[in-house]
Design a protein around this ligand. Structure first.
Ligand code: ADP
Ligand code: MG
Length: 705
């Protein structure tokens, strides 16, 4: 009988010949405790011996791979006091010198007589062929054309061929491996079976075999994740009763008709998707993604009005009081003059009511509000966390919209969902775009709508990464010019991660410096986290009124500031911020008709920050930036806490294997909807490899940054 992978989880690695207590310790360093862990410890890459070059044939300026024996090693210090290890290598056809800087341990690693593969670019130094800091693989005396190279850690002190040897032993003793994925799935995507894949990834005969094996295992990883997510999604749908909203009313249509502009195609699409969800008896659980300014508010209000026109209530929850207040004013203005049929009323109708509830609502206002809310006299309630407190009782909460999801925890979302008798439909809005594949993976239990089209007539923001003092000077000149032209500016003070106290001090210093220097004569104001809410409001009001020219602020301006007259933003120490955050900050300008600028100061000290800042310069498309972010941070970080388990994405890359995410998701739906019970081995694998319950943090991660 073929052996299940999960059975290998019960066998400790010490069962293998050659794994004694000492080696087992090393393996533990690599998180390998069972034979399953070992078998799922995949090669990082392969050395294809057919690509090996002879030293005599190598061409200067080209990359090559050489297998050679170390003849001589010498460690020295350079004049700059860096260590330099020189290793002379021969393969019989000639001599090659490999020079390593700042890698003192190479002296011990590459003792004379060691056989290793050196991979790098050939140059010539003092008439001698040499490579500088080549990649080195100790291959020992392993034979075969394709040699796997395993991830190692210095601490583990295991060689790649030791690991390879144990893997081979494990596979030999395990015998044929069972395949839990049904054959029709493999046929559809032309995938090899599990046994061939596991063997092919560890001991391939050709690089083609390794590639085919990888493809199958990538699919397996993505399928397992999707199965867990889709199963959870279906479970949620099955166990909660929602409201089948009546979408035949005219309120939403009237709302759209009186707008001074047509909806964008993306808005219409998102609203249609939401209405379809709302009409269904299953509670909606949808994520609305859209860049800053994409017009999410109209979509949200449309959803709330569906609830209202059917006699239910809507709630809109914002992350801060400022934002809640802004939403309240905005939504009230949008719904000005709308009426609802009302039997008890003399005229047969009453005005549609939008109310605000925050921590600033006084106790008596609150009592009155609660009464009217319970009586169904408030149609839309807007607020902060205060909305989900125990004592807030709606008559019938139909739709809840949560704005800027990254400030809300999962529990808070859950609390909102438990208001009212049946589960309200939930729409989560975020202005932090996530690449589609990442969203499918991290938010696989939500449906996703995307606003990927900005309303017409926006003046794009010109972003300049000020790489040196000259460009910095032109940034300040721009601030002065814009202020002279009657516009306003933001200066974002450096982000200090260590402490708020330091941040406040640095913001104050920045402020004093500019007031005396570059921005002297302009009306400046300072805003930071330690300023009491009341004073903060005063500063903001002054800025909104135009009584302040330049607002120097820490990132408190990130959300909820809408001053269309502000046309320049200068971000200091820009490389301290992540891509998403810079993009959000930048969205505070370019909100009016005038051309706007964003200057990024500092940075570029690392390739990473260079890429981040030039990406922001190149594009204002949040989704494109999200892709860059994913590239730079890697899916390891995206998957965050989930990676802690010994499972998940080992081979699969949310970038490289994009197409497979969607394929795996489709199959997961087919399998779950067809009854997962019929696939016991697969379910068992999910239980072993992806135990439920620890991935909520990961969901939050993306939105923090
Ligand atoms: P978001 O919440 O996605 O950042 P908003 O909903 O605040 O964006 O919309 C930004 C601005 O664009 C608002 O002033 C809004 O009135 C305007 N707007 C929204 N949709 C459209 C549209 N279809 N055409 C023109 N302007 C629009
Ligand atoms: Mg519904």
């Amino acid at each position: 009988m073929a052996r299940r992978l999960t059975q290998l989880a019960k066998i400790p690695v010490t069962e293998l010949a050659g794994v004694g207590p000492k080696k087992a310790e090393g393996l533990t360093e690599l998180d390998i405790e069972t034979v399953l862990d070992l078998v799922m410890h995949y090669p990082r890459r392969y050395i294809d011996r057919t690509n090996e070059a002879l030293i005599k044939d190598m061409v200067v300026g080209e990359e090559a791979m050489v297998l050679g024996i170390v003849k001589r090693v010498e460690a020295r210090r350079t004049r700059q006091r860096r260590t330099m290890v020189q290793v002379d290598v021969t393969d019989g056809s000639g001599y090659l010198r490999c020079t390593f800087f700042n890698q003192p341990w190479r002296e011990k690693q590459l003792k004379p007589g060691t056989q290793a593969v050196f991979y790098g670019k050939l140059d010539v130094y003092q008439g001698r062929k040499q490579m500088t800091n080549p990649v080195v693989d100790l291959v020992g005396d392993r034979t075969g054309r394709i040699v796997p190279v395993y991830p190692q850690s210095e601490k583990a002190q295991l060689t790649t061929w030791e690991i390879g040897g144990w893997v081979e032993e494990a596979l030999r003793r395990a015998g044929p491996l069972d395949d839990p994925v049904p054959g029709w799935v493999l046929d559809r995507f032309d995938l090899v079976d599990r046994d061939a894949a596991i063997r092919g990834i560890h001991v391939p005969e050709s690089s083609d075999e390794a590639r085919v094996a990888r493809r199958r295992l990538v699919f397996d990883e993505l399928l397992r994740i999707q199965l867990v997510l889709v199963r959870r999604k279906r479970e949620l749908e099955r166990t909660s009763v929602g409201i089948a909203h009546d979408i035949s009313g005219t309120l939403v249509a009237r709302f759209h008709e009186q707008l001074p502009f047509p909806l964008t195609g993306a808005q219409r699409r998102a609203i249609a998707e939401i209405e379809r969800d709302l009409a269904a008896p299953v509670p909606m659980h949808r994520l609305l993604q859209g860049d800053v300014g994409a017009g999410k508010t109209l979509v949200a209000v449309s959803a709330l009005l569906v609830a209202v026109q059917g006699g239910h209530q809507g709630a809109l929850m914002a992350p801060t009081e400022v934002l809640a207040e802004q939403h309240h004013l905005g939504v009230k203005a949008l719904l000005e003059g709308f009426t609802l049929a009302s039997e008890g009323d003399l005229f047969g109708e009453r005005p549609l009511r939008v109310e605000l509830l925050t921590n600033r609502t006084t106790a008596s206002q609150r009592t009155a509000l609660m009464q009217r809310l319970a009586a169904g006299e408030v149609d839309i309630l807007i607020g902060t966390h205060a909305l989900i407190q125990e004592k807030v009782g709606f008559k019938s909460l139909g739709v809840a919209v949560i704005d800027e999801q990254h400030r809300f925890g999962v529990e808070q979302r859950a609390a909102l969902r438990s208001k009212g008798e049946s589960v309200p439909d939930v729409l989560v809005m975020t202005a932090t775009p996530i690449p589609r594949t990442a969203a499918m993976t991290v938010y696989g239990d939500l449906d996703v709508s995307v606003l990927d089209e900005l309303p017409p007539g926006r003046t794009p923001i010109t972003t300049v990464w000020a790489r040196g003092p000259l460009e910095e000077e032109s940034a300040w000149a721009r601030v002065r010019d814009e202020v002279a032209a009657g516009h306003q500016a933001y200066v974002v003070a450096p982000l200090i991660e260590e402490s708020e106290k330091l941040e406040v001090r640095s913001a104050q210093e920045t402020y004093d410096e500019f007031r005396a220097g570059e921005l002297s004569g302009l009306r400046l104001a300072l805003l930071h986290g330690r300023i009491p809410a009341k004073d903060k409001e005063q500063v903001m009001d002054a800025f909104r009124r135009g009584d302040v020219d330049v607002l120097v602020a820490t990132t408190v301006i990130e959300v909820g500031v809408d001053v269309p007259n502000a046309t320049v933003m200068v971000i200091l120490d820009a490389d301290r911020f992540g891509i998403a955050q810079l993009h959000q900050l930048r969205g505070r300008v370019g909100r009016g008709a005038a051309t706007s600028w964003c200057y990024l100061l500092g940075g570029g000290n690392t390739p990473d920050s260079e890429e981040r800042l030039s990406a922001l310069e190149r594009t204002t498309d949040g989704f494109e930036l999200a892709e860059v972010d994913l590239d730079l941070r890697g899916e390891g970080t995206i998957m965050g806490a989930r990676q802690k388990g010994r499972n998940d994405l080992r081979l699969a890359s949310l970038r490289r294997d994009k197409e497979w995410v969607a394929k795996a998701r489709d199959v997961a739906f087919e399998l779950v909807d067809g009854g997962l019970d019929a696939h016991a081995a697969l379910v068992e694998e999910l239980d072993v490899l992806l135990p439920e319950g620890d991935d909520e943090e990961a969901t939050e991660f993306l939105f923090k940054s």
